[in-house]
Ligand binder design. Sequence first.
Ligand SMILES: [Zn+2]
Ligand SMILES: [Zn+2]
Length: 272
Amino acid sequence: MLATKHEKLPLVAPPLEREIGMRVEAVAVDTDVLGTFTGDVPRPGPPLDTAVAKARLGLAATGATLGLASEGSVGPDPALPLVQSDHEIVVLVDDEAGLVIWERAESWDVVARSLSVEPGQDLDPFLAASGFPEHRLIVRPSAGPRTPVHKGIASLEELRVAVAACAAVAADGRARVENDLRAHACPSRRVVIAAAAARLATRVARRCPACGAPGWGQVELLLGIPCSACGTEVARPRAEVDGCVACDHRTTRPVPRPAAEADPSECPFCNA
Ligand SMILES: [Zn+2]
Ligand SMILES: [Zn+2]
């Protein structure tokens, strides 16, 4: 059961069907009550909580015990503020077994442009950069009133009408045109949702070596390898910790081919 209203079924269902034989059906629940990408309804809680809440909406609507949902966040990358990043989470909630299993995927290729325009302005450079029309657009007043909001725009005629309507009511006579980041309107998000779903399927297929519960996989990344010159710890991956979602079992394994020592050029002490 997949709680969605944005056509995510073809992204999420195939890997789960392939890896664990799960047959996924979409259920039409209004996940927008949990917050929307266009900012009409504020989002509660971190993305994982929102995804779990969405999955439970689907369970409540159908009486099923296995629920799937996905949640994404697009915005400036915390480490690289000029780059837009997309973080997608796909979660499986098993209310019979009391399990919540989730995986994520990230991308820095998501198309998320925004521009303030006036009616009649040449938009060709912006439209090329925003991946239009495969990536759809949203238009709203640039300043002043928050409505109207035109979503899912996929033609030049719709765009012209929306810009005129929004600019007409805006305090500054301009309209804001931006990428529509809802999953069905944003192909560069869809590939990331599909990647997160594939990782989830792999994870669900792996069982805890101690208790046999599904969902065994990485829960933590340990940082810290010594500088070869002075021994100061450098924040590079040392080991991954795998864990179970049902019991406390944990195992630690070195990251694939870990460097035993870090180069002094990466050392905070040697470069101070
Ligand atoms: Zn050093
Ligand atoms: Zn376990």
